[in-house]
Design a protein around this ligand. Structure first.
Ligand SMILES: Nc1ncnc2c1ncn2[C@@H]1O[C@H](COP(=O)(O)OP(=O)(O)OP(=O)(O)O)[C@@H](O)[C@H]1O
Ligand SMILES: [Mg+2]
Length: 329
């Protein structure tokens, strides 16, 4: 069933209603084996609800979830044996010592006893827990509790990790450490993680899925969501070929007609005889080839061209506020 070509995670028309609240509308996406995918969305978008359905802890109102080809609704235990899950608020036992708790988690997961303690210590080392093994979980700081939550998700050495805000509530140093750990884990595991920290996704993820109001609004690489996207700007500087004239209004009109250009504004030139323009990209076609060709066929020399992508934050805001704004318009 679970060959390498199969999606590690698949949400197929997945949705959840709580009474009249539509927490997740209908969401479909796949995560391939080995991918590290960021799952983004504003508060209340439905990230945790989706993750709970994927991990078999919540029954969907519609659609299905698959883990390594196993239908989670049909066979939740087999699906769960393939994944480690860090829930939004990890249920930890405050009066248990770290290592005892992990032994307990390993029992629940049916991990064989032989050689188990060594394996658990290996996980603790990876999660930076060696110096707190004998402490009660209740005495640990938020960051260390989060590490225990991660370690708990790893006890059965799953191929897939589903992590709901693994760095929430951590200080900047701990965020960097946990991010490094996730990167490290991503080398041999498939990871789906939700977070509100956008630089974190850019630093760790191969792909980004964004949901808003329970609907999928983006599923693309970090590069595509920032570089090639609507709103990117291209700054150009042109000068007239010897003997030709250069008239700003005419050049602007020419540039506005290039496919993939949404708007043109004056921008800084480079000195006498040159004109500068800032072009706003529409996001559907890369306008750079058109800019070059337009310059050549209109007796202009393109002395500079620079593209500036938008930040992931810009893209996130555009995609996740768009719907409400469109509804108001
Ligand atoms: N048990 C529940 N009963 C009723 N409504 C719920 C329940 N759990 C979640 N919701 C609602 O479902 C919607 C999605 O919530 P969810 O927790 O999945 O969002 P989220 O994207 O994880 O948000 P956050 O970024 O704040 O963690 C919200 O409107 C929330 O109020
Ligand atoms: Mg959540």
């Amino acid at each position: 069933m679970s060959d390498a070509s199969q999606a590690m995670v698949e949400a197929r028309g997945l949705g959840k209603d709580y009474g009249t609240t539509r927490a997740v509308d209908t969401v479909s996406f796949k995560v391939a084996r080995g991918e590290v995918v960021g799952f983004l969305g504003p508060n209340g978008a439905g990230k945790s609800t989706t993750m709970k359905m994927l991990t078999g802890y919540l029954k969907p109102s519609r659609g299905s979830a698959f883990i390594g080809g196993i239908d989670v609704g049909d066979d939740p235990l087999t699906a769960q044996s393939k994944l480690g899950y860090l829930p939004e608020s990890a249920p930890l036992y405050d009066d248990m010592m770290v290592l005892d708790f992990l032994e307990f988690a390993a029992d629940l997961r049916g991990v064989a006893k032989a050689g188990r303690r060594e394996k658990l210590k290996g996980i603790c080392e990876r999660c930076g827990l060696l110096n707190v093994l004998g402490k009660d979980i209740g005495q640990l700081s938020k960051g260390y509790r989060q590490r225990v939550g991660l370690a708990q998700a790893l006890v059965h050495d799953p191929d897939l990790l589903i992590l709901d805000e693994p760095t929430s509530g951590l200080d900047p140093n701990q965020i960097v450490e946990i991010r490094q750990l996730i990167k490290d884990l991503g080398r041999d595991k498939t990871i789906l993680l939700s977070t509100h920290i956008l630089p974190e996704v850019q630093a760790t993820c191969d792909r980004i899925i964004i949901i808003a109001d329970g609907k999928l609004v983006a599923d693309d690489t970090p590069e595509a969501l920032t570089e090639g996207t609507a709103g990117a700007t291209i700054q150009i500087v042109v000068k007239a070929k010897a003997g030709a004239a250069l008239e700003a209004a005419r050049v602007m009109a020419l540039l506005s007609n290039i496919p993939g250009v949404r708007g043109v504004a004056n921008a800084e030139a480079e000195g006498p005889g040159t004109l500068g323009f800032a072009l706003r990209a529409a996001g559907d076609v890369d306008p750079r080839e058109g800019i070059f060709n337009t310059a050549v066929s209109n007796d202009m020399v393109l002395v500079g061209m620079q593209r500036r992508g938008v930040s992931l934050e810009d893209t996130f805001r555009r995609l996740t506020r768009g719907e409400k704004e469109a509804a108001r318009a």
